[in-house]
Design a protein around this ligand. Structure first.
Ligand code: SOE
Length: 401
């Protein structure tokens, strides 16, 4: 695994747990973890359960003992690491969004398609697909229980940078993260809605905003927390000294409307300025025969309205998605004994291991990751052009070209 911070910790938890919960054809061994700071990666290896550590990711790619490379770094290094790993015949799991640019994502998707022919597997880490209630949503749509999909309504709201004094961490820098709320959390709802409906976004009209354009430089950060660098050179403000600052180069919020290729209209909102909303991913889908609604902050539940029921009995049903019949749940606890955020990563590891061991291509593929990247790019271009309608091509066509 390359990277050991927030996502690295979540993935490590999954690799540690997966074979203890699921019966799989092969076992994950946590061989080697990589990070740039020797002291910190040594600590992480010990804390997260890795056999050894290195400060050079090329050691993973070069090692004959390693079958899988898990990329948990910021987006600016995804392409380089994933391309080298695929070329060396390693199966690759890569965090979302797949890359920072369309050209990187296209190169990764093309390399993944080539590698497939040699039995080398790859997957993009859109973990929310693996929340049982989300998998169930997709099943209801696929079984025709919603009829013709008319509306998709998706929001992903956080508030961790509402304070203008929150430092300029890597997620707020375009060269490291690619984009802001759009690529970090908007990417999740783009993937999730395309996955659940089985429909592709064909065009968008968008607005984006950076509310706070300059922030203090960080001393350090971990996950979504950070401290201001008091030691950084200070500048004289009108009111005396203030911390050195840097420019925010990404969006704080992105809002867009879209059309899906099955005829549905969709709305999307991704923001890090939704005060009080910590990690509120919500999706509602309205069809001719029913509606489903999901809220990540109540992730064990799914709301389902079945319009085929007798009129007198119609109403939203709250389904507790913890039965053995529900996706992934037979491996866990008795009905009603809830699961959480981290389980989506364990389910992701389960599906990845199963695909590699049985020789099938896991989803979402790098081509699926490119499809999301094409939407992110269209949203950015539309916003730059005063919300002009911007088409999104099918990813596979752009890989072949
Ligand atoms: C930060 O916004 C973040 O950790 C995302 O990077 C993750 O993908 C999401 O699952 C939670 O929020």
């Amino acid at each position: 695994m390359v990277g050991y911070a927030f996502m690295g910790a979540a993935h490590s938890q999954a690799w540690r747990t997966v074979n203890r919960v699921f019966d799989l054809p092969t076992r994950a061994r946590m061989s080697l973890v990589c990070g740039r700071d020797a002291g910190k990666v040594a600590d992480a290896a010990d804390r997260l359960g890795w056999d050894a550590y290195t400060t050079d990711w090329r050691d993973l790619v070069a090692s004959d003992d390693i079958d899988v490379v898990d990329v948990c770094t910021p987006g600016d290094s995804h392409a380089e690491i994933a391309l080298a790993a695929l070329a060396a015949g390693k199966h690759v799991l890569c965090e979302k969004p797949l890359a920072n640019t369309i050209s990187e994502a296209r190169a990764m998707a093309a390399a993944a398609v080539t590698a497939q022919a040699a039995g080398v597997r790859s997957m993009c880490g859109f973990n929310y697909r693996r929340v049982p209630a989300v998998a169930m949503m997709r099943q209801l749509v696929a079984d025709g229980r919603l009829g013709v999909i008319r509306h998709v309504r998706a929001t992903y709201l956080q508030d961790w940078i509402v304070d203008p004094q929150f430092p300029l961490v890597w997620r707020l820098q375009r060269d490291r993260a690619g984009s802001g709320a759009l690529g970090d959390i908007g990417a999740h709802i783009i993937d999730l809605t395309q996955y659940v409906t089985g429909q592709r976004i064909t065009g968008v009209s968008a607005i984006t905003e950076t509310f706070v354009k300059e922030r203090p430089l960080p001393a350090g950060s971990s996950g979504l927390a950070a401290t201001v660098d008091g030691a950084a050179p200070t500048v004289d403000g009108a009111d005396g000294h203030r911390p050195a600052t840097g420019l925010v180069t990404v969006d704080d919020a992105a809002v867009f409307v879209a059309r899906l290729d099955g005829g549905a209209l969709a709305t999307y909102e991704a923001s890090r300025f939704a005060t009080g909303r910590k990690n509120a991913l919500r999706v509602e889908i309205n069809g001719s025969l029913g509606t489903v609604a999901f809220d990540l902050e109540r992730l064990n539940e799914l709301e389902f309205y079945d319009a085929t029921r007798p009129a007198a009995e119609q109403g939203f049903t709250r389904i507790l998605v913890t039965e053995g019949e529900h996706p992934y749940m037979s491996a866990w606890w008795p009905p009603g004994h809830l699961i959480g955020y981290e389980h989506s990563f364990t389910h992701q590891a389960r599906d990845f291991i199963e695909a590699v061991a049985t020789g099938v291509d896991p989803a979402p593929s790098f081509v699926d990751g490119l499809q999301v990247q094409l939407v992110l790019d269209a949203v950015t271009r539309s916003a730059e052009l005063g919300s002009s309608w911007t088409e999104v091509e099918p990813a596979l066509a752009t890989v072949a070209a």
